[in-house]
Design a protein around this ligand. Structure first.
Ligand SMILES: *Cc1c(COP(=O)(O)O)cnc(C)c1O
Length: 380
């Protein structure tokens, strides 16, 4: 099956008993056994496995070209499953621009368990080659949040293969529609399915997918042992969202490109960060490893926090909210929302300035979105 057929059919068989074309919501905690230890088709207890969740997992495994994918109650729970493979004394290298929640998880939970952590600017793979100590895992997020920095997955994976380290890529921003890290040499992919995979801002969820049977089984073991699984309804909603991933992503991308070009043309805007712009530092690498541009963009408004607040107060279609990747357009102020727990100094080092705004363009009419941005810019 090609990608867009997989979205509709992978893992999603017609129900044998009823012919239901959609996978039913198996809202059950347990399954009747015919005799002690004799389950029907392997279903025993919904933490260990549930048919609705399995349909989602098999679909995502197919999309990411993985041996197996496993669903979790949130993106953070999926990340915890992967990072828990690290043992005391192991070294983790993470890119400097990882999602704030991932940074917090690493700093407050993984590091205290005895794992050594190094942060590195991975937009240049030479920086990784220069590190002359052994490490067990590399954690990448590309494109990154909120400045859309791009790392070369293949080049970094090649370095890691020589050093015998596992490569994990947070593929939340690109989705498998635009980027398949396992085909570029990575070993594991994680997702916050809360974002584009679910696509409708109505669930919290996560997935972890692995290329090899060994890594997949380790994640599967953790999923059952630690137990942070999604319920059948959330799994079903995620799968329902995934069906339209291709059409949504194309429209998101079209709207984001239009917004980026519009913002670039405005005197109130100092700088626009979007991988689809030729002048973006990650543009070439993005073209090489992605089939399209991640529809998130950020921009620097002149006049700092005061202008930003006036701008927000004038918007009518873009909602000021955390999260991204839903059908509705959202806007975010990284300094006070996603990156609030960093110090101002740490934020400035990362490029999170007082004028920085992140946009997640939805799939509304692009002229309406641009008109909204235009009238808010005039309002400042
Ligand atoms: C939102 C997000 C996460 C965390 O996922 P949750 O579903 O909120 O737990 C991780 N990585 C990225 C890139 C995200 O955007």
């Amino acid at each position: 099956m090609r990608f867009e057929t997989k979205l509709i059919h992978a893992g999603q068989k017609t129900d044998r008993d009823t012919g239901s074309v959609n996978v039913p919501v198996y809202q059950t905690s347990t399954f009747k056994q015919d005799a002690p230890g004799k389950s029907r088709n392997g279903w025993t207890y919904s933490r260990s496995g549930n048919p609705t969740r399995k349909a989602l997992e098999d679909c995502v495994a197919s999309l990411e070209q993985a041996w197996g994918a496993y669903a979790f109650a949130s993106g953070m729970a999926a990340e915890t499953a992967v990072l828990s493979m690290l043992k005391p004394g192991d070294t983790l290298i993470a890119s400097k621009d990882i999602y704030g929640g991932t940074y917090r998880l690493i700093e407050k939970i993984i590091k205290p368990s005895g794992v050594k952590v190094l942060y590195c600017d991975l937009t240049d793979s030479k920086n990784l080659e220069k590190i002359n100590r052994s490490f067990s895992m590399l954690w990448l997020e590309t494109p990154s949040n909120p400045l859309l920095k791009v790392c070369d997955i293949r080049a970094l994976s090649d370095v890691c293969r020589r050093k015998k380290a596992i490569v994990c890529v947070d593929n939340t921003f690109a989705t498998p529609f635009f980027q398949r890290p396992l085909s570029l040499g990575a070993d594991i992919v994680v997702h916050s399915s809360t974002k584009y995979l679910g696509g409708h801002s109505d669930i919290i969820g996560g997935l972890a997918a692995a290329k090899s049977e060994g890594l997949a089984k380790a994640i599967r073991f953790y999923q059952n042992a630690a137990g942070a699984i999604p319920g059948p309804w959330d799994a079903w909603l995620t799968l329902r969202g995934i069906k339209t991933l291709a059409v949504r992503m194309r429209k998101h991308e079209e709207n984001a490109l239009a917004a980026a070009n519009f913002l670039k043309s405005r005197k109130e805007v100092e700088k626009v960060y979007f991988t689809g712009l030729k002048e973006h530092p990650g543009h070439e690498t993005a073209l090489k490893q992605m089939d399209g541009h991640c529809p998130i963009l950020s921009f620097e408004l002149c006049g700092g926090e005061k202008s930003v607040k006036r701008f927000f107060s004038k918007l009518k279609l873009f909602s000021l909210a955390d999260s991204l990747g839903g059908v509705e357009s959202l806007i975010n102020y990284p300094r006070i929302q996603t990156h609030a727990f960093l110090t101002e100094e740490q934020r400035l080092k990362l490029g999170i300035t007082p004028g920085l705004i992140r946009l997640s363009c939805g799939i509304e009419d692009k002229d309406d979105l641009i008109a909204d941005l235009e009238s808010a810019l005039k309002g400042i």
